[in-house]
Design a protein around this ligand. Sequence first.
Ligand code: UDP
Ligand code: MG
Length: 326
Amino acid sequence: MSRDQENTLTIIVPCFNEEEVLPETLKELGAILKREINNQKVSSKSKILFVNDGSKDQTWQLISEYSAKYDYVTGIKFSRNYGHQNALLAGMSVAVKYSDMMITIDADLQDDVNAIPKMVEKYFDVYDVIYGVRSSRKTDSFFKRRTALAFYSLMGKLGVNLVPDSADYRLLSKRATESLLRFKERNLFLRGMVPLVGYRSTKVYYVRKERFAGKSKYPLSKMLHFALDGITSFSIAPIHLILYLGLLTVVISIVCMVYTIVEKCLGHVVSGWSSLMISIWLLGGVQLISISVIGEYIGKIFSEVKHRPRFTIETENYTQKMKEQN
Ligand code: UDP
Ligand code: MG
């Protein structure tokens, strides 16, 4: 082992209405964590940290119950729902003080927990960022597979460095987490931000499974919004695109103008009602799209300059448990 810290691991699990899966999640993550502790891969202070993201069901009651019962279980309770990305960030910001490595994983057991020991192994090979990458997308629908592929390829073309097929299942070292926490943006798109942190990174492959129980909290509308957020938070290429579109339209209209003047001089009667209609509609459409793209960026600026807190923690027992053990 080439790392000289205590090697405390915290597994961060965002939870939004996950009462149906939580007992199983605890069982599987608990078993893995205990094995890692017994094999002396990670310190005995290592923890599971559930982040309750304003659940409406019994999720928080379950987390409290588990934390009272098991010393390796801890929890954060948000004052309301702040979203998956904020829940991950909150978990990291609380855990980073006492933890040397942080793994984020979804609560629904879609991410294979058996990749955790492999990630820890890589951590000792002195990697700071270890991505969990899906080796297959068999469990995703055809539609989700196609759209995901299109999204990654579009992002690549826009010059945004993403690791394809990696979601928010990853291990970050303490220093990588500290660096990530210095990013102050409100519009979070962690999978775009993590590669910007730098350090040595690697991948661990796993097979993504079906959700163990409950429903996806990412319906199509939320997914689209997330993708759009990802694009506009990381690239201003759409604005450049508008410029090119505008230039192209100008060129076309100059050609049209010349043509119209020539026709007029030749004394031909221009019956151009259809061409007029077409250009009005076309230009109107182009303008509306352009304005909405610019609006998207202004909206981003608007939400960033307000500097609102990214989340509010109502209560949390991680820090206290860690203090008692130190
Ligand atoms: N989640 C969250 N807050 C939200 C939505 C989701 O903390 O507002 C959590 C959810 O409990 C789960 C993870 O984010 O642990 C991923 O959500 P989900 O499995 O529903 O997404 P999918 O896998 O379908 O993309
Ligand atoms: Mg899921």
